[in-house]
Design a protein around this ligand. Sequence first.
Ligand code: SF4
Length: 627
Amino acid sequence: MANELKERIEELLRLVEKPGRYIGRETNVSVKEAGKTNVRFGFAFPDLYEIGMSYMGMQILYNTINKREGISCERIFTPAHDMEMLMRERHIPLFTLENKTDVKEMDIIGFTLQYEMAFTNILNMLDMAGMPLRSIDRDDRFPLVAAGGPCAFNPEPLAPFIDFFIIGDGENTLPVILEKYGEFKARNKGNKLVNGTSHKIEFLKEIQCDPELAVYVPGFYEEEYDEFGNVSAYKKLYDGAPDTIQRAIIDDIDAVEFPENPVVPLIETVHDRSVVETFRGCTRGCRFCQAGMIYRPIRERSKDNILRIAEKQIKNTGHDELSILSLSTSDYSDFENLALELMGKCKANNVSLSLPSLRLDSFSFKVLDEIQGYKKSGLTFAPEAGSQRLRDVINKGITENDIYDSVRQAIGLGWKNVKLYFMIGLPTETLEDLDGIAEIAHNIVQINKEIGNGGRFNVTVSVSNFVPKAHTPFQWSPQNSTAEFTEKHNYLFDKLKIKGVTFNYHDDYTSTIEAIFARGDRRVADLLENAFKLGCKLDGWSEFFNLEGWKKAIEQWDMDENYYTTRERSFDELLPWDKINSGVKKSFLLKEMKKALNETTTHDCRYGCVGCGINERVTCHFGGIYE
Ligand code: SF4
């Protein structure tokens, strides 16, 4: 059967664009024979191969699971339009890359939730697999459907479609869940379904009841609403379900495996390079940043380990570029030595080094000058807001003088391109804050005129739309409407008509859709399902975004989108994601929100703990180290 499917898939490969997306015979791939493993896990990335293969989390879990005896991990990606059309025409189900197996033959499929605009792809993938979309309609003939990743911190918009969510770091929990599933299968071997009874429920109860596994089974809860339509309670449908789900946190990331031989993509991907994670977490406390809250505390990988993994990856992949990954590169505690030693290693192996999101101090310039040489790419700054007042509101510890000082150094060293990232629609924003964006761009052009040595010089201003996220201090904030965003873009468009300045901005309507799902409750699942049925998918790709489909779905929906987007939430409201405990206290988020409204900053907690509460769960090694 599998071989027959493989042949039918292979027939399609010469008919589609980029067949490398579907071949699955990459360097370092792990192919375990289908009948020889006890549990088969399908790691589903709800987007195209070239996006999914750039995602480090997939490489980590793929490596961790496949190292275990008796369980296998195979990859599943969203097929591109041309492939999907052919597959649907010829009744070819969604398949795994490794064994070209029908996805329905997996035991568990796990979706990673990296961004809300991929949610319709999840429904499309279930549909292409020939599986009912809603978990209630899937009996034991179908695999269990799991999900994890940052968007799982507000799981409700996907609740009807997913059997269980895994909250937090997955390296330790996911393999244990898979092993438990193997035991469960062995126990239930030969048990027949009686009157449609699902044995899966028993397994879900088992994993839900183990707090170490950080599992949330949405089917064990029901949302209740008050007379204003707000969530008033989460009614438990199963007595053993916990009140809150504590996120899984790996205390010592050196103790978990990191891939030394990651799978090397067959086609060009977004980030085509070796990647080593240096640390998780962030102490800076930007109030809009979900990652900065949900990945606390800082957990560093040791320098020796990073260097060892880097060396192995260079040898095992043949990549010509190595990058390190974290939320803020220069915050690694021994960053200067790490950067110098990585530079040496890369040079010796004729591999280029990429150090993203560097804090631009004099050491970083020295390193950048050395690694970029005469081919200097753009220098990136993320002031996020145009005025000091608004930067204080969002707690972005960067001043205009920091930027201008760095720009002066950069121009002196020969940089010709400066990229500036801003967000619009931030809480308390006024037109003066937008004027500040134009002023910064103008001042940088002026600095170049004063001290530059001629030639073409460009400042790119990239503006994204602020979307409030769950588990951040701004989780209560209203979002700008689509019309407000459009108005602000038009305003900036006029203000940024400056010679030498390029202006880029994000689509407005997609931010409204993103916002509905970022802070939605269970009722937004109907919108998602209808949008998918109206043809919406690959929404993260501007060329495929189906504006008409989404507008129609919103029109046909029982709810008003403004309830989720532009409405200001009251501080005592029960939030749909309150049952998910990230370890950072809600009282801390509220305190930060109030400080934001008072335009007061909170210092980086490396300079003293500011009481987020995560140290009540795990040891916080890097908080307060400069006290
Ligand atoms: S517990 Fe304190 S030091 Fe640790 S992350 Fe939270 S605020 Fe920072």
